[in-house]
Design a protein around this ligand. Structure first.
Ligand SMILES: [Zn+2]
Ligand SMILES: [Zn+2]
Length: 309
Protein backbone atom coordinates (compact mmCIF):
# COMPACT_ATOMS: atom_id res chain seq x y z
CA UNK A 1 0.00 0.00 0.00
CA UNK A 2 1.30 3.43 -0.85
CA UNK A 3 0.20 6.17 1.47
CA UNK A 4 -0.10 9.63 0.07
CA UNK A 5 -0.50 12.72 2.20
CA UNK A 6 -1.28 15.88 0.37
CA UNK A 7 -1.60 19.33 1.80
CA UNK A 8 -2.82 22.10 -0.44
CA UNK A 9 -1.00 25.24 0.57
CA UNK A 10 -1.67 27.95 -1.95
CA UNK A 11 -2.84 28.06 -5.53
CA UNK A 12 0.72 27.71 -6.69
CA UNK A 13 2.37 25.54 -4.08
CA UNK A 14 1.82 22.20 -2.46
CA UNK A 15 3.63 19.76 -0.26
CA UNK A 16 3.07 16.07 -0.30
CA UNK A 17 4.72 13.16 1.38
CA UNK A 18 4.62 9.72 -0.04
CA UNK A 19 5.65 6.28 0.91
CA UNK A 20 8.11 5.00 -1.60
CA UNK A 21 6.40 2.31 -3.69
CA UNK A 22 7.33 -1.21 -2.68
CA UNK A 23 8.19 -0.39 0.94
CA UNK A 24 6.46 -2.12 3.84
CA UNK A 25 3.56 -0.35 5.53
CA UNK A 26 5.46 0.69 8.68
CA UNK A 27 8.78 1.26 7.01
CA UNK A 28 7.98 4.60 5.55
CA UNK A 29 10.42 6.62 3.59
CA UNK A 30 9.21 10.17 3.85
CA UNK A 31 9.62 12.34 0.84
CA UNK A 32 8.61 15.94 1.13
CA UNK A 33 8.31 17.68 -2.18
CA UNK A 34 8.09 21.43 -2.26
CA UNK A 35 6.43 22.80 -5.34
CA UNK A 36 6.78 26.51 -5.16
CA UNK A 37 6.89 28.81 -8.18
CA UNK A 38 9.98 27.81 -10.15
CA UNK A 39 11.29 25.77 -7.23
CA UNK A 40 10.88 22.07 -6.74
CA UNK A 41 12.71 20.67 -3.74
CA UNK A 42 12.59 17.17 -2.37
CA UNK A 43 13.66 16.28 1.15
CA UNK A 44 14.05 12.61 1.96
CA UNK A 45 13.35 11.88 5.61
CA UNK A 46 14.12 9.10 8.06
CA UNK A 47 12.89 5.63 7.15
CA UNK A 48 11.62 5.39 10.77
CA UNK A 49 9.10 8.18 10.38
CA UNK A 50 5.60 6.81 10.82
CA UNK A 51 2.32 8.25 9.58
CA UNK A 52 1.84 10.38 12.72
CA UNK A 53 5.31 11.90 12.28
CA UNK A 54 4.52 12.63 8.66
CA UNK A 55 1.25 14.27 9.64
CA UNK A 56 3.10 16.43 12.15
CA UNK A 57 5.58 17.48 9.51
CA UNK A 58 2.80 18.38 7.11
CA UNK A 59 0.93 20.36 9.76
CA UNK A 60 3.95 22.33 10.94
CA UNK A 61 5.15 23.03 7.42
CA UNK A 62 1.67 24.10 6.37
CA UNK A 63 1.53 26.54 9.27
CA UNK A 64 4.90 27.96 8.34
CA UNK A 65 3.84 28.35 4.74
CA UNK A 66 0.48 29.78 5.71
CA UNK A 67 2.24 32.38 7.83
CA UNK A 68 4.38 33.48 4.97
CA UNK A 69 5.86 32.00 1.83
CA UNK A 70 9.12 33.49 3.07
CA UNK A 71 9.47 30.78 5.75
CA UNK A 72 9.02 28.03 3.21
CA UNK A 73 11.87 29.37 1.16
CA UNK A 74 14.02 29.90 4.25
CA UNK A 75 13.67 26.19 5.08
CA UNK A 76 15.13 25.06 1.81
CA UNK A 77 17.33 27.93 0.68
CA UNK A 78 18.96 30.72 2.67
CA UNK A 79 17.80 34.17 1.53
CA UNK A 80 20.20 35.73 -0.92
CA UNK A 81 20.86 39.29 -2.10
CA UNK A 82 18.79 39.98 -5.21
CA UNK A 83 21.80 41.56 -6.89
CA UNK A 84 24.98 39.67 -5.93
CA UNK A 85 23.73 36.44 -4.33
CA UNK A 86 25.34 37.01 -0.91
CA UNK A 87 23.36 35.57 1.98
CA UNK A 88 21.13 38.23 3.56
CA UNK A 89 18.77 38.18 6.53
CA UNK A 90 15.46 37.93 4.64
CA UNK A 91 14.01 36.84 1.33
CA UNK A 92 13.75 39.67 -1.17
CA UNK A 93 16.53 41.66 0.46
CA UNK A 94 19.57 43.39 -1.00
CA UNK A 95 22.91 43.39 0.83
CA UNK A 96 24.32 46.66 2.12
CA UNK A 97 26.96 46.92 -0.63
CA UNK A 98 24.46 46.43 -3.46
CA UNK A 99 21.89 48.67 -1.78
CA UNK A 100 24.37 51.55 -1.73
CA UNK A 101 24.97 51.07 -5.47
CA UNK A 102 21.25 51.43 -6.32
CA UNK A 103 19.89 54.86 -7.21
CA UNK A 104 16.23 55.26 -6.35
CA UNK A 105 14.39 57.88 -8.37
CA UNK A 106 13.19 60.90 -6.41
CA UNK A 107 11.50 64.20 -7.36
CA UNK A 108 11.77 66.65 -8.94
CA UNK A 109 10.77 64.82 -12.08
CA UNK A 110 8.74 65.38 -15.21
CA UNK A 111 5.07 65.10 -14.26
CA UNK A 112 4.40 63.10 -17.41
CA UNK A 113 7.30 60.73 -18.14
CA UNK A 114 8.85 60.75 -14.66
CA UNK A 115 12.33 61.57 -15.90
CA UNK A 116 14.17 63.25 -13.01
CA UNK A 117 15.35 66.81 -13.46
CA UNK A 118 19.04 67.18 -12.69
CA UNK A 119 18.42 70.47 -10.91
CA UNK A 120 15.73 72.26 -8.93
CA UNK A 121 12.80 73.41 -11.08
CA UNK A 122 10.00 75.91 -10.64
CA UNK A 123 6.76 73.97 -10.65
CA UNK A 124 3.67 75.54 -12.17
CA UNK A 125 0.59 76.45 -10.12
CA UNK A 126 -0.60 72.83 -10.21
CA UNK A 127 2.73 71.63 -8.84
CA UNK A 128 3.68 70.17 -12.21
CA UNK A 129 6.52 70.48 -14.68
CA UNK A 130 7.11 68.80 -18.04
CA UNK A 131 10.46 67.90 -19.57
CA UNK A 132 11.29 69.22 -23.08
CA UNK A 133 10.55 65.85 -24.73
CA UNK A 134 7.05 65.69 -23.24
CA UNK A 135 6.38 69.33 -24.14
CA UNK A 136 7.41 68.83 -27.78
CA UNK A 137 6.02 65.34 -28.34
CA UNK A 138 3.61 64.29 -25.56
CA UNK A 139 3.46 60.51 -25.05
CA UNK A 140 0.14 58.65 -25.34
CA UNK A 141 0.25 57.68 -21.68
CA UNK A 142 -0.60 60.09 -18.86
CA UNK A 143 2.15 59.39 -16.35
CA UNK A 144 5.11 57.02 -16.11
CA UNK A 145 6.99 56.23 -12.91
CA UNK A 146 9.90 53.92 -12.14
CA UNK A 147 11.70 52.79 -9.01
CA UNK A 148 15.36 52.84 -9.97
CA UNK A 149 17.79 54.45 -12.33
CA UNK A 150 18.96 51.81 -14.81
CA UNK A 151 22.71 52.13 -14.36
CA UNK A 152 25.80 50.18 -13.34
CA UNK A 153 24.34 49.70 -9.87
CA UNK A 154 21.06 48.10 -11.00
CA UNK A 155 21.89 46.58 -14.40
CA UNK A 156 23.23 43.23 -13.17
CA UNK A 157 20.33 42.73 -10.78
CA UNK A 158 17.75 43.48 -13.47
CA UNK A 159 19.44 41.40 -16.17
CA UNK A 160 19.61 38.49 -13.71
CA UNK A 161 15.85 38.79 -13.32
CA UNK A 162 15.23 39.30 -17.03
CA UNK A 163 17.54 36.72 -18.57
CA UNK A 164 19.01 34.75 -15.67
CA UNK A 165 16.00 32.95 -14.23
CA UNK A 166 16.14 34.96 -11.00
CA UNK A 167 12.37 35.06 -11.03
CA UNK A 168 12.24 34.78 -7.23
CA UNK A 169 13.01 38.50 -7.21
CA UNK A 170 9.60 39.40 -8.68
CA UNK A 171 7.70 39.84 -5.36
CA UNK A 172 10.42 42.10 -3.95
CA UNK A 173 10.61 44.20 -7.11
CA UNK A 174 6.82 44.36 -7.21
CA UNK A 175 6.76 45.67 -3.63
CA UNK A 176 9.16 48.46 -4.61
CA UNK A 177 7.05 49.24 -7.67
CA UNK A 178 3.82 49.26 -5.67
CA UNK A 179 5.35 51.88 -3.36
CA UNK A 180 6.75 54.03 -6.18
CA UNK A 181 3.50 53.75 -8.14
CA UNK A 182 1.04 53.94 -5.23
CA UNK A 183 -0.76 56.95 -6.70
CA UNK A 184 -1.08 55.29 -10.11
CA UNK A 185 -2.25 52.00 -8.62
CA UNK A 186 -4.88 53.79 -6.53
CA UNK A 187 -6.27 55.29 -9.70
CA UNK A 188 -6.37 52.29 -12.07
CA UNK A 189 -8.80 49.50 -12.92
CA UNK A 190 -6.46 46.99 -14.53
CA UNK A 191 -2.78 46.09 -14.48
CA UNK A 192 -1.42 44.95 -17.85
CA UNK A 193 2.16 43.89 -18.71
CA UNK A 194 4.00 44.83 -21.88
CA UNK A 195 3.95 41.57 -23.88
CA UNK A 196 6.80 39.61 -25.39
CA UNK A 197 6.56 38.18 -28.88
CA UNK A 198 5.73 34.48 -28.68
CA UNK A 199 9.12 33.45 -30.06
CA UNK A 200 10.96 35.51 -27.50
CA UNK A 201 8.66 34.11 -24.82
CA UNK A 202 9.46 30.61 -26.05
CA UNK A 203 13.21 31.25 -25.81
CA UNK A 204 13.13 33.08 -22.50
CA UNK A 205 10.34 30.92 -21.00
CA UNK A 206 8.79 33.79 -19.07
CA UNK A 207 7.79 37.39 -19.58
CA UNK A 208 9.48 39.39 -16.85
CA UNK A 209 6.92 42.23 -17.15
CA UNK A 210 4.10 39.73 -16.66
CA UNK A 211 5.79 38.33 -13.53
CA UNK A 212 6.01 41.86 -12.12
CA UNK A 213 2.39 42.62 -13.06
CA UNK A 214 1.11 39.42 -11.43
CA UNK A 215 3.13 40.06 -8.27
CA UNK A 216 1.81 43.63 -8.10
CA UNK A 217 -1.72 42.32 -8.56
CA UNK A 218 -1.18 39.76 -5.79
CA UNK A 219 -0.11 42.39 -3.29
CA UNK A 220 -2.51 45.19 -4.26
CA UNK A 221 -5.55 43.15 -5.37
CA UNK A 222 -5.84 45.23 -8.55
CA UNK A 223 -6.99 42.86 -11.34
CA UNK A 224 -4.24 41.78 -13.74
CA UNK A 225 -4.87 40.80 -17.36
CA UNK A 226 -1.54 39.31 -18.53
CA UNK A 227 -2.72 38.57 -22.08
CA UNK A 228 -4.62 41.76 -22.82
CA UNK A 229 -1.94 42.97 -25.22
CA UNK A 230 -0.20 40.80 -27.78
CA UNK A 231 3.00 41.52 -29.65
CA UNK A 232 1.98 40.66 -33.18
CA UNK A 233 5.33 41.44 -34.74
CA UNK A 234 8.78 40.56 -33.43
CA UNK A 235 10.84 43.72 -33.07
CA UNK A 236 14.58 44.22 -33.25
CA UNK A 237 16.34 44.69 -29.96
CA UNK A 238 16.08 48.39 -29.08
CA UNK A 239 19.48 48.54 -27.40
CA UNK A 240 21.45 49.98 -30.30
CA UNK A 241 18.71 52.23 -31.73
CA UNK A 242 18.32 55.96 -31.36
CA UNK A 243 15.13 57.58 -30.11
CA UNK A 244 13.45 58.05 -33.52
CA UNK A 245 14.40 54.55 -34.67
CA UNK A 246 12.94 53.06 -31.48
CA UNK A 247 9.54 54.60 -32.25
CA UNK A 248 9.68 53.29 -35.82
CA UNK A 249 10.78 49.87 -34.59
CA UNK A 250 7.68 49.36 -32.43
CA UNK A 251 5.11 51.02 -34.72
CA UNK A 252 2.32 48.53 -35.33
CA UNK A 253 3.99 45.87 -33.17
CA UNK A 254 1.19 45.61 -30.58
CA UNK A 255 -2.50 44.76 -30.69
CA UNK A 256 -5.28 44.05 -28.23
CA UNK A 257 -6.04 40.36 -27.91
CA UNK A 258 -9.38 39.76 -29.66
CA UNK A 259 -10.52 37.81 -26.60
CA UNK A 260 -9.90 40.80 -24.34
CA UNK A 261 -11.52 43.64 -26.30
CA UNK A 262 -14.42 43.83 -23.86
CA UNK A 263 -12.09 44.37 -20.90
CA UNK A 264 -10.83 47.71 -22.16
CA UNK A 265 -13.69 50.15 -22.75
CA UNK A 266 -13.58 53.00 -20.27
CA UNK A 267 -10.89 51.35 -18.13
CA UNK A 268 -7.92 53.06 -16.55
CA UNK A 269 -4.99 50.78 -17.30
CA UNK A 270 -1.58 50.64 -15.61
CA UNK A 271 1.03 49.24 -18.00
CA UNK A 272 3.92 47.35 -16.40
CA UNK A 273 7.40 47.03 -17.88
CA UNK A 274 10.80 46.18 -16.45
CA UNK A 275 12.96 48.95 -17.94
CA UNK A 276 11.95 52.19 -19.67
CA UNK A 277 14.48 53.44 -22.16
CA UNK A 278 13.07 55.95 -24.63
CA UNK A 279 9.49 55.08 -23.65
CA UNK A 280 8.76 54.12 -27.28
CA UNK A 281 7.39 50.68 -26.38
CA UNK A 282 5.02 51.85 -23.66
CA UNK A 283 3.75 54.84 -25.63
CA UNK A 284 2.96 52.54 -28.57
CA UNK A 285 1.13 50.16 -26.20
CA UNK A 286 -0.73 53.15 -24.77
CA UNK A 287 -1.74 54.29 -28.26
CA UNK A 288 -3.17 50.85 -29.06
CA UNK A 289 -5.08 50.66 -25.76
CA UNK A 290 -6.54 54.15 -26.13
CA UNK A 291 -7.59 53.35 -29.71
CA UNK A 292 -9.39 50.29 -28.29
CA UNK A 293 -11.37 52.46 -25.89
CA UNK A 294 -9.30 52.67 -22.69
CA UNK A 295 -9.95 55.81 -20.66
CA UNK A 296 -6.42 56.44 -19.44
CA UNK A 297 -3.03 54.75 -19.53
CA UNK A 298 -0.26 55.10 -16.96
CA UNK A 299 3.05 53.27 -16.81
CA UNK A 300 5.00 51.72 -13.94
CA UNK A 301 8.47 50.24 -14.42
CA UNK A 302 11.18 48.78 -12.22
CA UNK A 303 13.88 51.02 -13.71
CA UNK A 304 14.43 53.70 -16.30
CA UNK A 305 17.35 54.94 -18.30
CA UNK A 306 18.24 58.51 -17.36
CA UNK A 307 20.15 60.55 -19.87
CA UNK A 308 23.13 62.39 -18.53
CA UNK A 309 22.80 66.18 -18.25
ZN1 LIG B 1 24.52 42.18 -2.84
ZN1 LIG C 1 8.80 64.06 -19.65
Amino acid sequence: MVRRFTAKLTKSSSIHTRQTPGMRDNDIDAVLSFHLPRLTMTIVGSPRWGPSRLGEIIRSTRILLADSGRYALDIVLPPRCLACGEIVDRQGGVCAVCWRALTFLTPPWCTCCGRPFPHAVDLDDDGEMLCPDCLIDPPWYDQARAVLVYDDGSRGMILGFKHGDRTFAAPAFAAWMARAGAALLADCDLVVPVPLHRWRLFRRRYNQAALLAIAIGNSTKVPVVPDLLIRQRATDSQGHLGRAARYLNVAGAFAVSPRRQAAIAGRRILLIDDVLTSGATVTECARVLLAAGAARIDVLALARVVKAG
